[in-house]
Design a protein around this ligand. Structure first.
Ligand code: NAD
Length: 498
């Protein structure tokens, strides 16, 4: 049985004797045991990080960027290996696993611009003989806690900017798929990162709480479900840490009567069922405007959904989606589907009997489509995080907009229309952080920022893009007077810069 430890001080170490099973979701078999850290294991990583960070911060930003440049080469060199390890533990298809690595790699590329992003501001002659300037300094030891659904991308979204800014970073990845984060840490060191600057501490709530309470950890980044995001934000803030915590989602796609219905149906199928719906930017609610639009949409969707190919990642590139991550996730999805049926929603595509031949113990869930879902139903209110799309019929554009606005989550949303005025109004008014216009999954690119609103995000600064350089640095502003002033004699009233 493969044993996965922690990555501390440039080596794999076992730590305390606590472990969790890591499954292959396609077969249902336990394929590895991952170490679960105690507070002592975390303490050791923090001590190592504290020792390594000052020299890293003192390395000039261009040299730090060169490590990231080399890391990009290594990611490309090992792309197939990383994707295979990722699919084996997560269950997503190989092309999708490569996308997971690539979307992280793009943020690393953005962070190669660190020398530019870290430049401060300067005001010449803010007063007589006085200059004012600001610098961005690293926080010290930073930490991140990441979810199972993007085990390559989200760790890189955090550690690339943190490290580019001169911090040390401790990653606590999901215990469900820890192999790729460990491989990334090893590759960063192969790229030239000094030991101790990036470490991986595997674990569960015990490790997370140790991070939240450690006095020498300056900031915490979190991505995962909303209840945990709220908990981490509160506890980190109570302990005086900077925190950005990204939570769950229920992304609505509005389909206007004038939309190209084939295009909308294709977009919905990819955005609803890709990665078995286990994406925080998946579309889980379709909102056609008008019954006629709804009927046309459902008619286009059903054959597309029924012909989706479900299978293990080993079955080839034409598989559309794989299993969900655990038996517990599957059980929760099936329970929610039953609640939808019980509440009176119309199950137009029923995947409950789906069985994957030869993989009967795998965590496969067939594709489902509900029509006539209403706001009071649990399947509408909760994030299902599975291959289940709900159609809520709206009678007007305002009603459709109101649905997206009133939902507690505000991660992503989209509108499909040929009317520029409707699209513009929607983008301007909707209270959701990321908006697509005829684009179903509007994940911003590396040089813009990523973040939801409402219960999808706790904190202020977003992930990647310019915000990430703000999150991982503190601003220091210096007011300097040369050469006259002190030598002329002391000043005892507040300076007015006259
Ligand atoms: P999760 O909340 O169960 O776990 C996330 C992390 O928190 C893991 O590292 C886990 O070990 C840790 N954790 C779990 N329970 C904890 C507890 N009680 N106390 C402290 N730490 C705990 O989420 P998940 O199932 O891994 O990921 C899926 C969720 O993540 C979905 O809700 C999805 O929408 C969300 N997500 C959000 C974004 C975003 O950017 N908003 C991106 C990806 C995923």
């Amino acid at each position: 049985m493969q044993q996965i430890g922690h990555w501390i001080d440039g080596a794999q170490v076992n730590g305390a004797d606590r472990h969790a099973d890591v499954y292959n979701p396609a077969t249902g078999e336990v394929q590895a045991k991952v170490a679960l850290a105690t507070a002592n294991d975390l303490d050791r990583a923090v001590e190592v990080a504290k020792a390594a960070q000052p020299a890293w911060a003192a390395t000039n930003p261009q040299r730090r960027a060169r490590v990231l440049m080399k890391f990009v080469d290594l990611l490309n060199r090992d792309m197939d290996k990383l994707a295979e390890a990722l699919s084996r533990e997560h269950g997503k298809t190989l092309p999708d696993a490569k996308g997971d690595v690539t979307r992280g790699l793009e943020v690393v590329e953005f962070c190669i611009g660190a020398p530019h992003h870290l430049k401060g501001e300067f005001t010449d002659s803010a007063g007589p003989g006085i200059d004012m300037y600001s610098m961005r300094q690293p926080l010290g030891v930073t930490a991140g806690i990441t979810p199972f659904n993007f085990p390559a991308m989200i760790p890189m979204w955090m550690f690339a900017p943190a490290i580019a800014c001169g911090n040390a970073f401790i990653l606590k990845p999901s215990e469900r798929d820890p192999s790729v984060p460990m491989m990334l840490a090893e590759l960063m060191e192969e790229a030239g990162l000094p030991k101790g600057v990036l470490q991986v501490v595997n674990g569960d709530k015990v490790a997370v709480d140790a991070i939240l309470d450690h006095p020498d950890i300056a900031s915490v980044g979190f991505v995962g479900s909303t209840p945990i995001a709220a908990y981490i934000y509160e506890r980190a803030a109570a302990n005086g840490k900077r925190a950005q915590c990204f939570g769950g989602a229920k992304n609505h796609m509005i389909i206007m009567p004038d939309a190209d219905m084939d295009q909308a149906a294709d977009a919905l199928v990819g955005a609803g069922y890709g990665a078995a719906g286990e994406r925080c930017m998946a579309i889980s609610v379709a909102v056609p405007v008008g019954d006629e639009t709804a009927d046309r949409l459902i008619e286009k969707l059903v054959p597309r959904i029924e012909s989706l190919k479900v299978g293990p990642y080993t079955a080839g590139d034409d598989v559309d989606f794989g299993p969900v991550v655990t038996a517990a996730a599957k059980e929760n999805i099936l329970r929610l589907i039953q609640s939808g049926v019980d509440a009176g929603a119309e199950l137009v595509v029923d995947g409950r009997d789906f069985k994957m031949q030869g993989y009967e113990d795998g965590f496969f869930v067939g594709a489902h489509l509900f029509d006539r879902v209403t706001k009071d139903m649990e399947i509408y209110q909760k994030e299902i995080f599975g291959p289940v799309l709900s159609c809520v019929r709206a009678q007007s554009y305002e009603e459709a907009l109101g649905l997206a606005m009133d939902h507690e989550y505000g991660n992503g949303t989209a509108i499909f229309t040929r009317d520029g005025d409707a699209a513009r109004d929607f983008a301007k008014r909707v209270n959701v952080g990321m908006v697509g216009v005829n684009v179903p999954i509007p994940v911003p690119l590396a040089y813009h920022t990523f973040g939801g609103w409402k219960k999808s995000m706790f904190g202020d600064l977003n992930q990647h893009g310019p915000d990430s350089f703000r999150f991982y640095t503190r601003t220091k502003t210096v007011t300097a007077r040369w050469p006259s002033g002190i030598k002329e004699g002391g000043e005892f009233s507040i300076p007015l810069m006259e």
